[in-house]
Design a protein around this ligand. Sequence first.
Ligand code: GTP
Ligand code: SPV
Ligand code: MN
Length: 592
Amino acid sequence: MTKNPTVLKWLKDMEELLTPDKVVWIDGSAEQTEELRKLACETGELIKLNQELLPDCYLHRTKQNDVARVEDRTFICSREKENAGPTNNWCDPKEMYKKLYDIARGSYKGKTMYIIPYSMGPIGSPLAKIGIEVTDSVYVVLNMLIMTRVSPKVMEVLGDSDDWVRCLHSRCDIDPEKRYICQFPEDNTIISVNSGYGGNVLLGKKCFALRIASYQGWKEGWMAEHMLILGLENPKGEVKYIAAAFPSACGKTNLAMLIPPEYLRKKGYKIWTVGDDISWMRIGPDGRLYAINPENGFFGVAPGTNEKSNFNALASTKKGTIFTNVAHCKNDNTVWWEGLNKDLPENADDWTGKPWDPAKFNKADKSTCAAHPNSRFTAPAENCPCISEEFDKGAGVPISAIVFGGRRAKCTPLVYQSKDWKNGVFIGSAMASETTAAAAGAVGVVRRDPMAMLPFCGYHMADYFQHWLDMGEKLGDKAPKIFNVNWFRTDDDGNFLWPGFGDNMRVLNWIIDRCEGKADATETAIGYVPKPEDIDLTDLDMDMDTLKSILTVDKDVWAKECAEIEEHYKKFGDKLPAELKKQLETLKEAIK
Ligand code: GTP
Ligand code: SPV
Ligand code: MN
């Protein structure tokens, strides 16, 4: 497949280390894909679903100890500890290579080593980058075939270049005690052992497109972000692009594929999806910020996805999709998850493969769920009814607005605009959200998750903040406007106060109007908040008082917030950019 000496050398080293019985290059062809699906069904790795209702769709179950990303076992192995910073686990690369090679040595014995050459971003796009993953898992191969662009053309584009990311994955024994997800940013290398779950093993995704790429972006003057990208088309047919960073399982896929409320659809408003998880952004020739989605599919959260909440995501899963850890309906050989519909399935197996008893189902108790809370679908982007025509072009789309957001039951208003770029960087750096099932550990705990990148920043987070500030300097008056949203404000009984989902369009319209200088706002201590009458409530069963309540900036609550931000900033010591400290002081003064 290639004569690239750096590739051949690495593959030879991998073969010697892993000692597979066989080596197979993945070429992305329909024939090879079909063969591998067949093989995976024979070994029990996949269950073939009802091919009339769900053509080319399969179900996979992971080990029960292996259902989410593992942040405590994820390492940034930069040569200097200082460069991983206070928010990452660090280990000396020499030590870590040895540990990982000892774990992986001989682990492909009796197995096949699959070599996956892939492009993040349209093949040949100047914004794209290349990786090669070796794996012993057919499930990983089949997922990578959906999530990335896999083709011999990738190796042609690479030529003799050394600019590619080495990705080693080995399932080993799926031993959680020996599970490691390690990035070596200075070596363009990723090693993942003892897991078979998505974000830990689809190495093009979080490991490359965020952890390695964020480091590359810092060095090369661009940005890799945990952001969806959407195009908002107005009745005149003009499309404006928004990139939004929300932490894991906080609504990116949903916002990216939003269907506007009927009254706006009728006027001609429409949303186009460019990406739902990752954005690579560079300054274009005209000085604006341009974004591509480096992925080729969606690895989306299944629970809660239904025809009403996210029609387009559900439609995307109707063919060529791999479902992971959802329930299996045996009557019609289809799949189910909590929130798909109201009919609890009879005769279904839960995500672990055991018969599921709908009578015992209790929404509040996750252990009674049929699907795992972090169960996912891997769906080709081309299936998405609202996929943007820019998705495959690789030129990038100009970003008008950057939006931060998270799950905050209290405190953060529905939407507000930063005073300027620097203030926007401050807002992103101070972001907090309740933890979700996307990572192992407690759920519902508020933690600071700057720019939704806490688990994904491949270098010192204070340098990352400075990089954001520097990008703003370069962009000058062409910089996107920065906003913050919160769809998750609740009343005292825990009910969401904002309807969310498609109705978030009402907020996006205010955001775009602000970018175009068309909407008014009230200046508050934290930034510009909409005048309640400027959020259109047409056809909504929502009263003005409720809307006002989720737009208020409570000074006592924000004083407490400032104290927490101060605490959060302490981690960064002297490395915290002075500008951010200044921003915090200004906010503290303003809310007094
Ligand atoms: P990752 O793929 O983990 O990065 O997550 P994501 O940010 O793409 O999250 P996703 O869109 O899959 O949403 C996760 C959960 O949030 C789902 O259970 C959704 O139902 C829920 N959710 C999404 N949007 C909204 C909203 O506007 N309001 C409310 N209340 N819930 C939402
Ligand atoms: C996330 O956790 O943010 C995801 C899923 O998008 S994973 O690919 O597992 O990281
Ligand atoms: Mn994500």
